[in-house]
Design a protein around this ligand. Structure first.
Ligand SMILES: Cc1cc2nc3c(=O)[nH]c(=O)nc-3n(C[C@H](O)[C@H](O)[C@H](O)COP(=O)(O)OP(=O)(O)OC[C@H]3O[C@@H](n4cnc5c(N)ncnc54)[C@H](O)[C@@H]3O)c2cc1C
Length: 383
């Protein structure tokens, strides 16, 4: 008996229609531009508005706040459709994560102010936690938000910020009280347009994910209204970040699974057509065994992540499970990319072959979104 076609248990017919729309958008608007975006190190700004127009932004934000009104599965479909074409240039995932912070912790006024503009693409979202001296150790952030009447005065420098170049709304992790450790951290939502003291530094030159703008951000005496504090009181930033981690980690891992599935398909095609010693590569035992291993790893990852997506939707995905998924799947992703690239021989090392980009794009998956060593710490604490 041959293997039956696999369909994620969380998929349904309505989602298939949504998938068709997402696929058309990716094929028509993203794939043809991706090489150019990789060259210039950022997407064209208009793609955000186009994605908003066709309902691909804020897909799981309620319609009353301008979102599509779907759930985590809709967001999952968008992640998969990007992943199945190896697209890493368009930072919709970070945008969605920021929208979730607003949805989960913002006041009604904040939700109505920001979410509709995020859903339309008018505002691009970014999350600014990392600083030159503080990455995994978030409590070490130095950015300060000091209350001054009806405003906060923000000072600090952030680095590695995805969507940094285009960001119109940045969730800035800052200390409102440096004496209180994690309880002194708050998220200040900063609208960047024409904000005195706000500056985008370099768009960073990475070894992969070159089409995605990863930038330095600087805040020099930026005055933002006190109403831009996320949540009802200062000091809740750390808790807000921690509570939303399962969402971020599950989506990152899902992107990894989609990329593995794409790499497998590319490699099967290539090894069928490439001949050596008078036979297609795929007929050699080593190739067949390697591809069998890759297929198994991708499938195990798929089943695990599908369970996570279903649990994300019903609200039962816990931080430990999401951390296991992020860590194991992204480690596996890198292993899979390495094995697949090897089967392309020298062509796998050439940029014109998508497998080379998949290989380079994957590497950072083990670093951002919480480095995998931190994921293991979280899992280990649950033992
Ligand atoms: C392409 C890219 C995009 C990014 N996007 C964003 C973004 O949008 N917003 C944002 O805020 N940040 C972003 N980051 C930053 C990212 O989240 C950090 O790089 C990551 O958290 C690791 O921090 P660090 O680079 O300072 O490394 P460090 O924290 O200095 O870690 C270095 C190494 O030490 C290990 N290590 C650290 N602590 C421990 C520990 N307790 N036990 C064991 N090992 C440990 C780490 O796992 C890692 O291997 C991005 C980074 C990249 C590369």
């Amino acid at each position: 008996m041959t293997q039956a076609a696999y369909r994620s248990p969380w998929m349904d017919d309505e989602l298939e229609m949504f998938r068709d729309a997402a696929r058309r958008f990716v094929e028509n608007e993203i794939v043809p531009n991706d090489a150019g975006w990789r060259e210039q190190h950022h997407v064209d700004r208009e793609i955000w508005n186009k994605a908003g127009e066709v309902g691909l932004l804020c897909t799981d934000i309620p319609a009353e706040y301008g979102g599509v009104g779907g759930d985590a599965r809709h967001e999952a479909v968008v992640v998969e459709e990007m992943g199945r074409r190896g697209i890493t240039s368009f930072g919709h995932m970070v945008h969605s994560i920021l929208a979730h912070y607003v949805l989960n912790y913002g006041s009604e006024q904040q939700k109505h102010d920001w979410l509709p503009r995020m859903a339309s693409g008018e505002l691009v979202g970014a999350i600014a936690m990392t600083e030159p001296g503080a990455g995994s150790d978030l409590q070490a952030v130095k950015t300060r938000a000091v209350r001054d009447g009806d405003h906060y005065v923000l000072n600090g420098a952030k680095t590695f910020i995805s969507n940094g170049l285009h960001a119109g709304l940045v969730g800035v992790v800052a200390k409102t009280d440096p004496t209180l450790g994690s309880k002194g951290i708050s998220i200040i939502m900063v609208e960047t347009k024409d904000l005195p003291g706000y500056r985008v530094g370099r768009v960073l030159d990475k070894i992969g994910q070159n089409g995605w703008d990863t930038a330095e951000l600087f805040f020099d005496d930026c005055r933002v209204p006190a109403s831009c504090l996320l949540g009802p009181a200062e000091g809740q930033g750390f808790m807000q970040l921690m509570r939303d981690l399962p969402y971020e980690r599950a989506l990152l891992a899902l992107g990894g699974v989609a990329a593995m599935e794409y790499a497998l398909a590319l490699t099967v095609d290539y090894t069928r057509s490439r001949k050596a010693f008078g036979q297609p590569l795929i007929q050699m035992q080593n190739t067949r065994f390697k591809l069998a291993e890759v297929k198994t790893l991708a499938h195990v990852s798929r089943v695990f992540i599908d369970d996570c997506i279903a649990r994300l939707r019903d609200g039962s995905l816990d931080t430990v499970t999401a951390s296991m998924a992020k860590c194991w799947i992204t480690d596996t992703q890198c292993r899979v990319m390495d094995e697949c690239l090897q089967l392309f021989g020298g062509y796998g090392y050439m940029r014109e072959y998508p497998i080379s980009q998949l290989y380079a794009d994957s590497r950072v998956q083990r670093i951002y979104g919480g480095a995998n060593e931190i994921m293991k710490e979280i899992v280990a604490r649950s033992l």
